[in-house]
Design a protein around this ligand. Structure first.
Ligand code: HPA
Length: 270
């Protein structure tokens, strides 16, 4: 694994005039942010050694290097989901590579179903914490000390300072910004009403099929993490409608401008 990470990072370093310190992983239907990037270099996953290929509908699968709100960033357009069949090491491989390039702050976004009764479709939620309900932890197996410690702390998996900054900006700009705990599940099924209820009862505010593996690895690697969920549907025992993938994509599209505005306002200040 170490060799692969180095090989991929070396390939990218050779292709890049400048290395990023900030990484962004964009969730399903949330790729619009890249339209605001002043692109320096764009590389399709298919052309990057050791990178898995992105398969899910709505993902175009490339790494984008460039300036966003004046900050040089690397953005992943399209991520690898566990439900697609990738193993946890593949899902989190790009985070390892980002770290090797020098990334120390990671922004993640996703589309999620809301269980919190205060939430509305289209809300943007700052992830304050997560509950890992994936069947596996990405750190399972041999630990490489050069990548991180065997038993990493998860007490501040999402940076308190970045959450505070987001709140400050949201206050100034009149953005309705919710806070909540993200429950990560393997999917690909959406939840039954009873499952949404169960996730709410154990302390979850939103549920989705991504993010947790990448955030665990980012923490292992010593990165600061900031996460946003766009609430694309609501679930619970009183809500019987099952979201379709298309509805989720559409709701994510509609909520994008707020998410983009917030991230762009944060970047120059981190
Ligand atoms: N459940 C799981 N993943 C999701 C949902 C949901 O309700 N909405 C968007 N992604």
């Amino acid at each position: 694994m170490l060799e692969k990470i180095h090989q991929t990072a070396d390939f990218l370093k050779a292709a890049l005039p400048e290395l990023p310190e900030t990484g962004i992983i964009l969730g399903s239907g949330l790729g619009d942010l890249v339209n605001d990037i002043e692109i320096v270099k764009e590389i399709a996953y298919a052309d990057i050694p050791n990178f898995p290929l992105s398969t899910v509908e709505g993902h175009s699968g490339k790494l984008i290097f460039g300036y966003l709100a004046g900050k040089y960033v690397v953005a992943m357009q399209g991520r690898f989901h566990y439900y697609e069949g990738y193993d946890m090491k593949q899902v989190t491989f790009p985070v390892r590579v980002m770290k090797e390039l020098g990334v120390n702050t990671l922004f993640v976004s996703n589309a999620a179903g809301g269980m919190n009764k205060e939430f509305k479709v289209g809300d943007v939620m700052v992830i304050t914490d997560h509950i890992n309900l994936f069947p596996e932890n990405p750190l399972r197996g041999k630990n490489y000390d050069e990548l991180g410690t065997r038993f990493p702390s998860m007490t501040e998996a999402y940076s308190g300072a970045l959450i505070e900054l987001a709140d400050k900006i949201a206050g100034e700009q009149g953005i309705r910004l919710m806070h909540g705990v993200y429950v990560g599940t393997q999917g690909p099924t959406f939840e039954t009403p009873a499952e949404y209820e169960y996730f709410r009862v154990i302390g979850g505010d939103a549920v989705g099929m991504s993010t947790v593996p990448e955030v665990i690895v980012a923490n292992h690697a010593g990165m600061r993490v900031f996460g946003l969920s766009v609430i694309t549907d609501l679930g619970g025992k009183d809500i019987k409608e099952v979201p379709t993938h298309e509805e989720v994509q559409k709701a994510a599209m509609n909520a994008q401008p707020v998410m983009t505005r917030l991230i762009k306002a944060m970047l120059p200040l981190i």
